[in-house]
Design a protein around this ligand. Structure first.
Ligand code: FAD
Length: 469
C-alpha cells in the first residue's frame, strides 16, 4: 500500500490547481487520473473565457471567486507563462426580452463591482463590431473579459505542481474509496493507496466518486454542448468576445481565441443516454446545424467553410437528491452556486460549471488549504516556486530572435507542423516534458491544430515520440 498525505482524484483544471496549491505546503500529494494525460475532461472542452463577474449574482461564492480570479489572471498567466488576452466582451440583444436581461446584468455588475462595464446603444455596438448583423437593440460592454487556451493553463498548472513535488499517476482509474480510521483507502486496478485526506476533482464522475464512501447528496444531470472552430483567417471577424443573448433561449457565443481562431458555440441541448452514461463528449448534427443557423443570423459574414474542427462537451449540472426507500429522488432546482462538500477529510468538487476555468486557481487554493489542514500539514514548503517556463514558440518570435535560437539549437530550424509553424525543437521539448502521444504533443505545442488538423504532421510527430529523433 502506498501512503500519502493527500490524494487528488482527477487531473483537470481543478485537480491540477489544487495540486499546485497543495505544494505550497510541505506535504506529500498524489494525483490519480484515469486518462493518459492531464486535461482530457471538461477542462479541454469549454469556451475558454475569463469572466469579469457581472454574470454572477453579487454576494454569491461564484461572484466573489470570479471577481478575485479575474483581477489575478494576468499575474497567474505571467507566473505560468500562459498566453492570455483581454479582448473585452460585448453582450448583444435584438429584442425586448434580451434587453431586459442586459439591463439586469449591468445593474448586477455595477452592484457587484465589475470594472469597465458600459451600457451601449445598438448603433454604438454595431460600430464597434461591424460584422454583427444590424438591428442590435442594446449591448453591454465589459473591458475585463479575457480568453485563454484552457488546456495550456491546465498543462502549466500540472507542470508547476509536478515541479514542486506533486506526483501524478496516469492511467489510474479510481474504483473505490473507503473511509478508514485516520483517512481513506483509495483503490485503482494496479494499486491501493492510503491518504489522510482526499480531494475529489473527478469532474463528470465526481458525484459517483463521492458516493463510494458517502450517501447520495448531489447528482449530476449533464446537458450537452457543441462547438465549431474556424481557422485563423476567420479569427479577426470580431475583435471581442460576443455573447448574443437570444430572445427565445440560448444565443450564440463567439470567441476570437488566443491562437487567432474563431470559436463558435456552445449549444445547450439534452444529452443522449449514451453521452450521459459514458460521459462521452461528442457533437451531434442537430447541435451543429443549430449553431450554423444562428451564426448565419448573427454574424452573416462568418465563412463556415473555414471550419477546421468541431467538438462537444457536457455540462455537469448539479442537483440535490434525497433517498426515499431505495430510490434516489432528484430535487427540482439545480444548484446555482459552488457547493463544496466536506466530509471529514473528503472534499468533493461536484458540478463546477462556468466560470470554473476562471477561478480554478482560487477554488484550488481553498480546497488545498482545507485538505492540508485536515492532513495536519500546514507548514509551508520553503522551496515552492510559483513559476513555470513555457516551451519557446518559434512562431511568436521576430526573425532575428528566431535566427538566434536556431544558431543555438538547429531543431528550431526544422518545421514539423507547417499549418501552425511548429518546429521540431518544440515537439522534442513537449516529449521531454511527458507528452507521449499525438494528442498530448498537440495540446502542448499547437501542432496539428491548424487547417489540415494533423494530416501532414501526425506521422512525423509519432516518429519523434517513438524514435526520439
Ligand atoms: C460547455 C462548457 C463551457 C464552459 N466554458 C467556460 C468558460 O468559458 N469559462 C470558465 O471559466 N469556465 C467554463 N466552463 C467551466 C470549466 O470548464 C470547468 O469548471 C472546469 O474545466 C472544471 O474542470 P474539472 O477539473 O472539474 O473537470 P475535468 O476537466 O472533467 O476533470 C476531471 C478529471 O477527472 C478524471 N476522472 C474521472 N473519473 C475518474 C476516476 N474514477 N479516477 C481517476 N480520474 C477520474 C477525468 O478523466 C478528468 O480528467 C465551461 C464548462 C462547460 C461544460
Amino acid at each position: 500500500m502506498i501512503k500519502t498525505d493527500v490524494i487528488i482524484i482527477g487531473a483537470g483544471l481543478l485537480g491540477c490547481f489544487t495540486a499546485r496549491n497543495l505544494t505550497r505546503y510541505d506535504i506529500d500529494v498524489i494525483v490519480l487520473e484515469k486518462e493518459g494525460d492531464v486535461c482530457r475532461g471538461i477542462s479541454k472542452a469549454n469556451t475558454g473565457i475569463i469572466y469579469s463577474g457581472y454574470d454572477h449574482k453579487p454576494g454569491s461564492e461564484k461572484h466573489k471567486l470570479c471577481m478575485q480570479a479575474n483581477e489575478e489572471f494576468d499575474r497567474l498567466c505571467s507566473e505560468l507563462e500562459v498566453p492570455f488576452r483581454r479582448p473585452g466582451s460585448l453582450m448583444i440583444s435584438y429584442g425586448p426580452k434580451a434587453d431586459a436581461v442586459i439591463a439586469r446584468k449591468y445593474r448586477d455588475g455595477i452592484e457587484g463591482g465589475t470594472q469597465g462595464l458600459r451600457l451601449l446603444s445598438g448603433s454604438e455596438a454595431e460600430a464597434m463590431e461591424p460584422a454583427l448583423a444590424k438591428g442590435i437593440t442594446s449591448a453591454l460592454y465589459s473591458s475585463e473579459t479575457g480568453t485563454v487556451d484552457p488546456w495550456e493553463l491546465c498543462i502549466a498548472a500540472y507542470e508547476n505542481a509536478r515541479d514542486n513535488g506533486a506526483r501524478f499517476v496516469f492511467g489510474s482509474r479510481v474504483t473505490d474509496v473507503k473511509r478508514e480510521t485516520g483517512g481513506f483507502t483509495v483503490e485503482t486496478k494496479a494499486e491501493t493507496y492510503f491518504a489522510k485526506a482526499v480531494v475529489n476533482a473527478a469532474g463528470l464522475a465526481s458525484d459517483s466518486i463521492r458516493e463510494m464512501s458517502e450517501n447520495p447528496l448531489i447528482r449530476l444531470f449533464p446537458t450537452a454542448a457543441d462547438y465549431i472552430v474556424l481557422d485563423r483567417s476567420a479569427g479577426s471577424i470580431v475583435d471581442r468576445v460576443i455573447f448574443h443573448e437570444g430572445e427565445n433561449g440560448k444565443g450564440l457565443t463567439l470567441v476570437p481565441t488566443v491562437d487567432g481562431n474563431l470559436l463558435i458555440g456552445p449549444t445547450n441541448r439534452e444529452a443522449s443516454e449514451e453521452e450521459t452514461a459514458e460521459k462521452d463528449m461528442r457533437t451531434c448534427r442537430y447541435g451543429l446545424d443549430q449553431l450554423k443557423e444562428l451564426c448565419g443570423e448573427i454574424v452573416p459574414e462568418a465563412d463556415l467553410n473555414r471550419q477546421i474542427r468541431t467538438f462537444g462537451s457536457l455540462r455537469p449540472n448539479p442537483y440535490y437528491v434525497s433517498l426515499r426507500g431505495g430510490d434516489v429522488i432528484k430535487r427540482e432546482d439545480s444548484i446555482k452556486d459552488i457547493r463544496l462538500t466536506e466530509e471529514d477529510g473528503l472534499f468533493s468538487l461536484i458540478g463546477i460549471k462556468t466560470p470554473g476555468l476562471t477561478f480554478s486557481n482560487e477554488l484550488g487554493k481553498i480546497v488545498a488549504d482545507k485538505a492540508a489542514a485536515h492532513a495536519g500539514k500546514t507548514e509551508l514548503n520553503p522551496d515552492f516556486d510559483p513559476h513555470r517556463k513555457a516551451i519557446i514558440r518559434a512562431r511568436d518570435l521576430s526573425e532575428d530572435e528566431r535566427a538566434d535560437l536556431i544558431s543555438r539549437d538547429s531543431a528550431y530550424g526544422e518545421i514539423v507542423c507547417s499549418c501552425m509553424d511548429v518546429t521540431k525543437a518544440e515537439i522534442l521539448q513537449a516529449i521531454k516534458r511527458g507528452a507521449h502521444d499525438f494528442e498530448s504533443v498537440k495540446r502542448r505545442t499547437g501542432a496539428g491544430f491548424g487547417k489540415c488538423q494533423g494530416s501532414r504532421c501526425r506521422r512525423r510527430i509519432t516518429d519523434l515520440i517513438v524514435k526520439g529523433e
